[in-house]
Ligand binder design. Structure first.
Ligand code: CUA
Length: 316
């Protein structure tokens, strides 16, 4: 599945919330254009009249009161009620059929939690928000350290993520696809590289994906080549920050890597996920993402790096 880059994602809505925003944007854009062109036409007309007739035209006070007071009041009042009526609804509780997902802003990545429909346990992943097409998704948004803001323009508007409180955002994808999201609140050095991808997929595919995410990493009985990669992960103490369920659990400092091999992107949407990119990321962390809190692993030998990359890629 590939992300479909759109020139102006805000005007290419893929869900009802974004649809409403796109509609309001068009009304504002077209309305502003009409008013601007109208004003310029009046100005040109007045200048022509002054040159021709030598004096100021008609009653200036009427024009000032009409154009400066009556018209703005009418236009702004109409826009106020229109946007109030058309804006996506804010809901204090999730709709009955909604999928509830928690997203926590971190410096500078996204921790994403689902509820396992079978066991009720949390399923933790990172930087990739998978959602079933056609079903409302109710996001509980929070943050651990600083204020972030979640924005996936093709699916809906922005919502702040504030430490110590939970904000809500209701999104829905009306067609399958990959939609890029971005942190929309300056949150420190790597703010610009704090992206995520929303992947909308048919309900059955989503269910299968979620069941896969619920399982620990499939590493038992792995061939010797993969065992070597796991040994590097353990030898370098990557587990101090990263959880790989079934291998090393407990840390929330960095993204959960249990199924990192199955993600479309790495480094919070900065690089596509593949062996070449993973190697680039691990050996040039701060060139790829200045400010990232992970140390660079350029010191690994070629063999260790290859083994580690191969093992991470196999965590699907
Ligand atoms: Cu997180 Cu900007």
């Amino acid at each position: 599945m590939t992300a479909s880059p759109t020139l102006v994602p805000v005007l290419s809505p893929a869900g009802p919330a974004a649809q409403a925003i796109a509609e309001i944007s068009w009304v504002l854009l077209i309305g502003a254009t009409v008013l601007f062109v109208g004003t310029m036409a009046l100005l040109a007309w007045a200048l022509v009249r002054r040159r021709r007739d030598g004096e100021v035209v008609l009653r200036p006070l009427w024009w000032l009161a009409g154009g400066g007071l009556v018209l703005p009041v009418l236009v702004l009042t109409a826009l106020f009620f229109y946007s109030l009526h058309r804006a996506p609804p804010w809901k204090a509780v999730p709709p009955a059929d909604a999928l509830v997902v928690s997203v926590t802003g971190r410096m500078w990545w996204w921790e994403i939690r689902y509820r396992d429909p079978v066991s009720g346990a949390d399923i933790v992943t990172a930087n990739e928000l998978r959602l079933p097409v056609g079903r409302p998704v109710y996001l509980g948004l929070s943050s651990l350290e600083v204020i972030h803001s979640l924005w996936i323009p093709e699916l809906g508007g922005k919502m702040d993520m504030v430490p110590g409180r939970v904000n809500h955002l209701l999104l829905q994808a009306s067609r399958a696809g990959v939609y890029r999201g971005q942190c929309a609140e300056f949150c420190g050095e790597a703010h610009a590289r704090m992206a995520l991808h929303a992947v909308a997929m048919p309900q059955a595919e989503f269910d299968a994906w979620l069941a896969g995410q619920a399982r620990p990493a499939v590493v038992a009985n792995s061939p010797a080549a993969l065992q070597a990669g796991r040994a590097v992960f353990e030898g370098q103490k990557c587990f101090v920050c990263h959880t790989v369920r079934g291998v090393a659990e407990g840390s929330r400092l960095g993204p959960d890597l249990t199924h990192v091999g199955g993600r479309l992107f790495i480094a919070s949407g900065t690089l596509r996920n593949g062996p070449v990119e993973m190697k680039q990321w691990l050996s040039q962390v701060h060139e790829v993402k200045p400010g990232a809190r992970m140390p660079s692993y350029a010191r690994l030998s070629q063999g260790e790096m290859d083994a580690l990359v191969q093992w991470l890629g196999a965590l699907k």
